[in-house]
Design a protein around this ligand. Structure first.
Ligand SMILES: C[S@@+](CC[C@H](N)C(=O)[O-])C[C@H]1O[C@@H](n2cnc3c(N)ncnc32)[C@H](O)[C@@H]1O
Length: 264
C-alpha cells in the first residue's frame, strides 16, 4: 500500500487539529526530546520542532514516500532540531533517548502493539511519557458499514474476493494488558468518541482517497474515482451534510497517557 504524501498533506486538517488538541495538555518546557511514531507527512513533527526551541524531535514512519516528503518539506536548514527516519513502529531501535513518545492517527495500522510498546519503552528515558491517539474499538463504524455495503454488490464486489480488513481498532482491556507488559504505568486510557468533520462531499472524498487506501486500492485506478464517489454519495444519503455543509463522521479514538517505569 502506497501513501501519497502530497495528497495526504492537503487532506489531513482533521488529524492535525486532533494532534494539536493532544499537545495542548502536555505542558512542554521546550527542552524535551520527542519521538513521533507514524509521523506521516511530518507536519505534526515539525510543529513539535517549533515548540522545542532547546529540544529535538525525531519522526519515524514505515512509508518511504512519507519520510521522503517530510524530509524535503521540513529540511534541516529551517528545522535543525528535527530529523526523520524510515522505521517500522514494531522495530524501533532507539535506546533511552526520549522524554516523550507521541503518536497520532497511526497505530491502528499496526497489529502487534506489544512489540510497538516494548520498542517505545526502550526508546524512552526512565519516567518518559507516552501519548497515543489512534482508532479504537468502534471507530468509524458508519464508514465501515458503507464500505461493507459497496463491496458486497457489483460493480465493486468482484475486486474484493481476497479482501481482509487491515485496521486494528483495539479496546482498553487489551491495551491495559500490553501497557503493563511493556513496563508502563497508566495515567489515562480511554475510548473517546469524536466527530471528524470534512468540508462537503469533496472533503469527505479527499479523506477517503488519502487514508482508506486498503479499500480504494482494491479497485483499478481507472475506476477508483467512481468508487470513491459511490462511497461519498451513499454515505451522505445516510448521514447528510450539516447546515454549514460539513460531512460528519463519528470516530472513536483510543487515547493513552502513560509513564514508562521499567523495561520488563
Ligand atoms: C494517517 S497517517 C498519520 C500521520 C500523522 N501522524 C498525522 O497524524 O497526520 C498514518 C501513518 O502511519 C504510518 N504507519 C502505518 N503503519 C506503520 C508502521 N508499522 N510503522 C510506522 N508507521 C506506520 C503510515 O505510513 C502513515 O504515514
Amino acid at each position: 500500500m502506497k501513501w501519497n504524501p502530497e495528497d495526504y498533506a492537503r487532506n489531513s486538517d482533521a488529524q492535525l487539529k486532533w494532534a494539536r488538541e493532544l499537545r495542548q495538555n502536555l505542558s512542554l518546557q521546550g527542552n524535551e526530546s520527542v519521538l513521533d511514531v507514524g509521523c506521516g507527512d511530518g507536519k505534526i513533527t515539525a510543529d513539535f520542532a517549533v515548540t522545542l526551541v532547546d529540544g529535538r524531535v525525531v519522526g519515524v514512519d514505515s512509508s518511504p514516500e512519507m519520510i521522503a516528503y517530510a524530509t524535503r518539506a521540513y529540511g534541516a536548514e529551517q528545522f535543525p532540531n528535527l530529523a526523520f527516519a524510515c522505521v517500522d513502529a514494531r522495530a524501533l531501535h532507539f535506546e533511552d533517548e526520549f522524554d516523550l513518545c507521541f503518536s497520532n492517527a497511526a497505530l491502528h495500522w499496526v497489529e502487534d502493539h506489544l512489540a510497538v510498546l516494548r520498542g517505545i519503552g526502550r526508546s524512552l528515558h526512565p519516567q518518559g511519557r507516552l501519548i497515543i491517539s489512534c482508532g479504537g474499538q468502534g471507530n468509524a463504524a458508519e464508514v465501515l458499514q458503507v464500505f461493507a455495503e459497496l463491496i458486497s454488490r457489483e460493480p465493486w464486489q468482484r475486486y474484493f474476493d481476497d479482501f481482509r480488513n487491515p485496521y486494528f481498532f483495539y479496546g482498553t482491556q487489551d491495551y491495559a494488558t500490553w501497557l503493563h507488559q511493556a513496563g508502563f504505568q497508566i495515567n489515562r486510557l480511554e475510548l473517546v468518541p469524536k466527530t471528524m468533520t470534512h468540508v462537503g462531499q469533496a472533503g469527505l472524498a479527499g479523506w477517503i482517497r488519502t487514508t482508506w487506501m486498503p479499500f480504494t486500492e482494491q479497485v483499478p485506478e481507472v475506476e477508483r474515482d467512481r468508487f470513491i464517489a459511490d462511497f461519498t454519495e451513499t454515505y451522505l444519503t445516510q448521514s447528510p451534510l450539516d447546515q454549514q455543509g460539513f460531512a460528519q463522521v463519528r470516530m472513536v479514538r483510543l487515547e493513552v497517557d502513560a509513564v514508562h517505569r521499567q523495561n520488563p
